[in-house]
Design a protein around this ligand. Structure first.
Ligand SMILES: Nc1ncnc2c1ncn2[C@@H]1O[C@H](COP(=O)(O)OP(=O)(O)OP(=O)(O)O)[C@@H](O)[C@H]1O
Length: 301
């Protein structure tokens, strides 16, 4: 199910944000602490009302909450309940019949891999298990849209990879928007990225476009003949910026098509051997920092 957000505003916490979530895709909502991620998710989930703007779903429903599975940043569980009891309780609260709630609870526990501990009390759960239970609760009623507030941020690497695997399984079936600080994980998982900074959306893009945008044209060559290589390249490729390091040469080629091929040709001609040639690629983290820097700079001008 698609979701269309237009000029969404909540006082000065979220300012004039517009985007579209596409059916079956996973979108990562990224931003520093206080950027407005939770506020935005709460408006989409119908928990907070916007001061301005609209949220449209592509079906007409009086109460949109049945379309949405929401996992809060800090899910509050009744620790004395078992995982299944909790999910049945959540299902009943969301209006399911006793039978349906029972069925959804069991399905949900299987989907998040908690079926072996179906009767265990939540108080004995690890952080990762609680997070998975939170997702199972969001899945109750099989809503077409999942909104997850920091589902991985508080977890250790194993817990994070469990939750990531689970979200990967849901990809294509549900429209997912999740907030995160862990950009390394988002890079592996999401289709699209929305960046928030001080309540404003500073970028919205597919992950692929974003990472392509971030390609640097920077290469590094590790060689014992760094001085010779740097000298040679300065002569034959005057448009490249060449930096000689200790045992390496770093270069930036403004038009960087076929750089590795040219490099190899020059090195072959000069009989320079190497141990490694690599393109310096950027991560989502680098891109995010650059976009924030650019935004801060343009606002200060
Ligand atoms: N109930 C509230 N009333 C007024 N201001 C609030 C309220 N809740 C949050 N804020 C403020 O709104 C801004 C955005 O907060 P929000 O929790 O949405 O950010 P966030 O990106 O989710 O941050 P975090 O990553 O720390 O969870 C912050 O400056 C915060 O202090």
């Amino acid at each position: 199910m698609d979701v269309k957000v237009d000029h969404l505003t909540k006082s000065n916490r979220v300012k004039d944000v517009s985007f579209q979530l596409q059916s079956g895709k996973i979108t990562a909502l990224i931003g520093a602490n206080g950027a407005g991620k939770t506020t935005l998710l709460h408006m989409l989930a119908g928990i907070l009302s916007p001061s301005k703007g609209t949220i449209q779903f592509d079906v007409k429903k009086e109460d949109i909450r049945s379309l949405i599975g929401f996992m809060p940043q800090y899910p509050a569980f009744h620790q004395w309940m078992s995982a299944k009891e909790y999910l049945v309780y959540a299902g009943r609260l969301s209006g399911l019949s006793a039978k349906q709630a029972e069925r959804d609870a069991e399905d949900g526990l299987i989907r998040v891999g908690l079926d072996p501990v179906i009767k265990q009390r939540i108080e004995a759960f690890s952080g990762g298990m609680k997070q998975r239970l939170g997702i199972a609760q969001a899945l109750i009623g099989n809503p077409p849209i999942l909104l997850l507030d920091e589902p991985v941020s508080a977890l250790d690497p194993k817990g994070r990879s469990d939750v990531m695997d689970l979200l990967n399984e849901l990809k294509g079936k549900q429209t997912i928007l999740y907030s995160t600080h862990v950009l390394h994980d988002a890079e592996k998982l999401c289709d699209d990225v929305i960046m928030l900074h001080h309540g404003r959306m500073i970028k919205r893009s597919s992950l692929n476009d974003l990472l392509q945008l971030a390609e640097t044209g920077e290469f590094i060559v590790e060689t014992s003949a760094a001085t010779d290589l740097a000298k040679k390249l300065k002569i034959v490729e005057p448009t490249w910026e060449i930096q000689q390091g200790n045992g390496s040469v770093k270069l930036h080629a403004p038009d960087y098509k076929d750089v590795s091929l040219s490099l190899l040709k020059h090195m072959y001609a000069a009989e320079i051997s190497f141990t490694k040639i690599a393109q310096v690629s950027q991560t989502l983290d680098d891109v995010f920092r650059k976009v924030v820097e650019h935004e801060s700079l343009s606002r200060s001008l």
